[in-house]
Design a protein around this ligand. Structure first.
Ligand code: M6R
Length: 607
């Protein structure tokens, strides 16, 4: 939620800030602003709405001179998305400008205190208390003022600060919100994530919670929260520039759907060889540790949680361990039955989801072994977990996850095979390994088998509600299929275990109600077909997702989507693909802003 960026160097800052903000826009896109320092003058430009508006207002940055600055793209939490509430916020004396990603939990008390002390507020945001505190504590050193300020804050923050007394300097602070420093030649940067920086530098420093960075064009200094200077490692970004561009596709979402064969291959290939699955990252996990595991708890949010729902079946079947699924936002407040015999698997594309981080901390506090499945290298979840396994999906920009989900499910499948082998439950892994290696090819087939999706979208787009049904592994995929449809097309889509329909939901089925029936698990095909017949006899229009060889379905369903045949245990990776495409084309038919759906942001770093 919210993206921040900072630049200091010899060239004009505003175009670099605007370019960075465009890359971060997926994090929040209801208002935006920049503050640029020219000598000792700070000028602020803000808009309600998209970065495009800010570019127009500033003539692509040309109207804002200065070589040092900070920028922000907002996902509103405190206060409506107005220009007044847009960042940067200025101190009353005009000496400080600040941008913030996160939430200040004790802002109300601080605001009252500051008002009592004579400070005037221009916005309804929680952020504004920070800039007034900095002004209050400033006595000649921005660093000292920041240390005093953050000691007063409770919550999460990635901050960017400039001060008119210190031309050429930008400050950044991190606490429970992502922030990285970009190391350039004769210029330096900070940003919420690497996508904003790859056009400028491949060298980055990952800040830890409680750390401050003081940047000027030729120097980077990092301090801890007591002001002690830290020496930090510079890491290389491996993502290529094109990975964060649309590459000729109309939307990032479509590009990312099409990238799935490559993303899943990149995730699988380093972990399979010689007929075996191996995770180097888990070499330090002893057999004793593994044998002590009595149950697996999978926790995550949104699609990552649904990836866990799909992954569960392979763990239960192959490892013989019970799997409990917990939404991270529920687990954190549920006094969960987790102890040192529990393996907690945390799944997150961004690695920065606030609820997921809290659930992970809760699991650790209860003594569980924790394993993270994460896409973003160096993210908070990756750093906190005992073991981290990366999905190599590359940057995912569209708010609706696609390759994030498929690489997560593929990784969970591989983990199930790997643990089962280490637990001595499978001798010969070769057939599973072959199934894994075939996944990228099968995803491509699932794309190629369905040229009719744009036409089907024309038929199904004009509905207020859609139902997704399936059993067992198909049900798990239905959950994610319905979420995709909801979040980008704004059509109310509900997923049901097909056997549950007659316990209530079937009352909603009437003439022409669209039902999307997933039928890719042979062990329950007959049962799901019965449910299809039931809804059809009440007037439903059924679009079935199945194998080409499922002859029976040809005569039952009104319309068909196909996937190639694949073991049901691993089919989620394939089965979701036509549903992603269907959601995409339905949203397109409905004229929706596909990459930036309303009210959403890519990375939910607030609770
Ligand atoms: O970055 P994470 O995987 O932790 O994000 C979790 C959810 O916020 C995310 O999957 C969300 O549900 C997506 N918008 C779904 O497309």
């Amino acid at each position: 939620m919210c993206g921040i960026v900072g630049f200091t160097g010899a060239r004009s800052a505003a175009p670099v800030l605007l370019d960075g903000l465009k890359k971060l826009e997926y994090r929040g896109y209801d208002s935006a602003g920049i503050a640029v320092m020219d000598g000792n003058e700070i000028s602020v430009s803000k808009v309600s709405g998209r970065i495009a508006g800010l570019c127009e207002k500033t003539k692509d940055g040309a109207a804002v001179p200065g070589t040092t600055g900070i920028g922000h793209t907002r996902w509103a939490t405190h206060g409506a998305p107005t220009e007044e509430n847009a960042h940067p916020h200025l101190s009353n004396d005009g000496r400080f400008a600040i941008v913030h990603n996160g939430i200040i939990e004790n802002y109300a008390a601080l605001r009252e205190e500051l008002i009592r002390d004579g400070y005037h507020f221009q916005s309804e945001t929680d952020t504004e208390v920070i800039v007034h505190l900095v002004e209050m504590y400033y006595a000649g050193s921005v660093r000292d003022a920041l240390i005093k300020t953050v000691n007063r804050l409770r919550g999460s923050y990635a901050l960017g600060v400039i001060c008119s007394e210190e031309p050429g300097k930008i400050y950044a602070v991190r606490e429970a919100s992502p922030l990285i420093i970009g190391v350039g030649v004769g210029e330096n940067y900070f940003a919420s994530d690497v996508t904003a920086l790859v056009n400028y530098t491949r060298s980055v420093i990952y800040l830890e919670d409680g750390e401050f960075a003081e940047l000027s064009e030729g120097s980077i200094r990092i301090f801890d929260c007591t002001g002690q200077e830290q020496s930090k490692k510079v890491s290389r970004i491996l993502w290529d520039v094109q990975a964060a561009e649309k590459g000729g596709y109309e939307h990032f979402m479509l590009k990312e759907i099409m990238e799935q064969p490559a993303a899943v291959k990149a995730t699988i290939a380093p972990r399979v060889s010689g007929g075996k699955v191996d995770f180097e990252e888990l070499a330090a996990m002893s057999d004793e540790e593994l044998r002590a595991v009595r149950k697996i708890v999978v926790t995550a949010c949104g699609s990552a949680y649904y990836a866990g729902c799909a992954g569960r079946y392979a763990f239960e079947r192959l490892c013989g361990l019970p799997v409990q699924l917990e939404l991270a936002s529920e687990l954190r407040y549920s006094d969960p039955l987790i102890d040192d015999t529990t393996l907690v698997i945390v799944i997150s594309q961004s690695g920065e989801t606030a609820d997921t981080i809290a659930a992970l901390k809760e699991a650790k506090a209860r003594g569980a072994k924790t394993l993270a499945v994460v896409n973003v290298v160096g993210s908070t979840v990756a750093k906190l977990a005992d073991y981290t396994v990366y999905t190599w999906a590359g940057p995912e920009i569209a708010v609706a996850t696609t390759k994030g989900y498929t690489t997560q499910t593929a990784t969970l499948n591989m983990l199930a095979i790997y643990f089962a082998a280490r637990l001595g439950r499978i001798e010969d892994q070769s057939k599973y390994v072959a199934a894994m290696q075939a996944l990228p090819r099968r995803i491509q087939q699932a794309i190629d088998l369905n040229p009719s999706i744009p036409a089907l979208a024309k038929k199904y787009h004009d509905n207020r509600a859609l139902f997704f049904i399936g059993r067992n592994t198909d049900y798990a995929v239905a959950l994610e299929g319905a979420l995709k449809m909801k979040e980008i097309s704004y059509i109310h889509a509900e997923s049901y275990a097909a056997g549950e329909l007659k316990h209530g939901t079937i009352a909603l089925i009437e003439e022409h109600t669209p039902v999307i029936a997933l039928c890719c698990n042979p062990s329950v095909t007959e049962k799901t077909i019965s449910n299809i017949v039931e809804v059809k006899s009440r007037g439903a229009e059924v679009l079935a997702l199945t194998f080409r060889t499922n002859r029976q379905m040809l005569s039952v369903a009104d319309d068909l989507l196909f996937i190639p045949e694949v073991d049901a245990l691993f089919s989620a990776v394939i089965e979701i693909v036509p549903l992603q495409l269907l959601a995409y084309y339905v949203a397109k038919e409905n004229g929706c802003d596909i990459d930036k759906p309303k009210n959403l942001a890519k990375s939910v770093t607030v609770e």
